[in-house]
Design a protein around this ligand. Structure first.
Ligand SMILES: NC(=O)c1ccc[n+]([C@@H]2O[C@H](COP(=O)([O-])OP(=O)(O)OC[C@H]3O[C@@H](n4cnc5c(N)ncnc54)[C@H](O)[C@@H]3O)[C@@H](O)[C@H]2O)c1
Length: 358
């Protein structure tokens, strides 16, 4: 099958493309605008494969999306292109509304126009898989306040997004479900917890802490660092998403999580302790931890009940947090060139020289 992946130069999208090219016989069309978060170097080793094609395009551009569907004739869409950083959504929400809501609408319409003209068999087999976040559910009781009531997010938890980012993702989830209900477009939605792993842009907690620690900089922790996230290794997420797009049932939602609830401070301590072991210095990396004012509207706890995807599609995570975080720290130590290029802007210059903007 041929899968059109949007946002395939990003953190999770590139993990999916690496998974598809390395572990399946399927073909991929990567549609990516290459914002600051997109990086084609994350696809080194798979982008020269005959089954891979790249389209440098914005999902908000309807004419481009129509052309891409007509030219590539995909059997499925995996939609990941998004603005994804909560802090940026607080300082500048406009891009989140544009890409996450309007862009999803434009893509749905391009997919619907293409799909409605397919022969019956292909029409039935087509999938539009929308990749979303557990942040649409808002936050859960924290053990500090509710020691006896620790529910998890399930597929039927009511939506209650807190940030411009999560509100824009919630809106896009609603659009996707409406396109199934109203037009019959065969959609599936997945909502996943926090991912971590290789090729993660160094503005997010885990890569930021690893790289700041190595550079002797402050390790910023919001508030008391007691916010709880459920961490999933990105390659486990990629396997889950491929399972859903190939075996998932149309109209269903699948929650995906790692069963790894950790307080942010615990995550930072784990990274410091691993660095103390692998690249020790005179004082522990923990001494660089700095507490900063909490982010407005900061959700206190996320935790996913991923039993449905396990029970119905047979997926479960392979990595524990301990194995995954060790691999991640080692990856950043082994790939200074990727980090340098992402941070220095050299990569962006290369893109400007090599790809004409459409
Ligand atoms: N990172 C997580 O922990 C996490 C967890 C759950 C769900 N998600 C969802 O998974 C998806 C991917 O997340 P990520 O962490 O890989 O994000 P990312 O920020 O690393 O990558 C986003 C990609 O989308 C591209 N993009 C942005 N705007 C675009 C546009 N208008 N047109 C085309 N391409 C565009 C960027 O260039 C980039 O390559 C997002 O939809 C996000 O909401 C992320």
């Amino acid at each position: 099958m041929k899968i059109l992946v949007t946002g395939g130069a990003g953190f999770i999208g590139s993990a999916i493309i690496r998974h598809i090219i390395k572990h399946t016989l399927d073909a991929v069309v990567n549609v990516d605008k290459l914002t600051y978060a997109g990086n084609l170097e994350s696809l080194t080793g798979v982008s020269d494969n005959d089954r891979y094609a790249f389209e440098h395009a914005d999902i908000c551009n309807a004419a481009e999306m129509a052309r891409i569907f007509a030219e590539h004739k995909p059997d499925a869409v995996m939609h990941l292109a998004a603005e994804s950083h909560v802090d940026r959504s607080i300082s500048g929400p406009a891009a989140f509304i544009e890409t996450n809501i309007v862009g999803t609408y434009v893509l749905l319409e391009a997919a619907r126009n293409y799909w409605s003209a397919l022969p019956d068999d292909a029409k039935k087999a087509f999938r539009f898989h929308h990749i979303s976040t557990d942040e649409v559910y808002g936050d859960l009781p924290h053990p500090d306040e509710h020691p006896l009531a620790l529910p998890l997010f399930t597929e039927t938890t009511a939506y209650a997004p807190s940030s411009p980012y999560s509100a824009s993702k919630a809106s896009s989830d609603h659009l996707v479900r409406a396109w199934l209900r109203t037009y019959g477009l065969p959609t599936i939605v997945t909502n996943c917890s926090n991912n971590y792993g290789p090729y993660h842009f160094p503005e997010k907690l885990i890569p930021l802490v690893i790289l700041n620690a190595l550079e002797g900089k402050a390790l910023p922790v919001y508030g008391k660092g007691d916010q709880i996230r459920d961490w999933l290794y990105v390659e486990d997420h990629a396997r889950a998403l491929y399972t859903v797009v190939t075996k998932g049932v149309v109209g269903e939602t699948y929650n995906i999580g790692g069963y790894n609830e950790k307080q942010n401070l615990e995550v930072v301590h784990t990274i410091c302790d691993l660095l103390d072991e692998i690249v020790p210095k005179a004082v522990s990396y923990r001494s660089q931890i700095t507490y900063i004012a909490d982010r407005p509207g900061h959700d206190r706890r996320y935790a996913i009940d991923a039993s449905k995807i396990g029970r119905e599609l047979g997926w479960k995570p392979i990595e524990t947090f301990e194995s995954g975080i060790r691999k991640t720290v080692q990856w950043y130590l082994d790939n200074p060139r990727w980090v340098e290029n992402v941070k220095s802007g050299a990569y962006k210059t290369w893109i400007e020289q090599n790809y004409e903007k459409r």
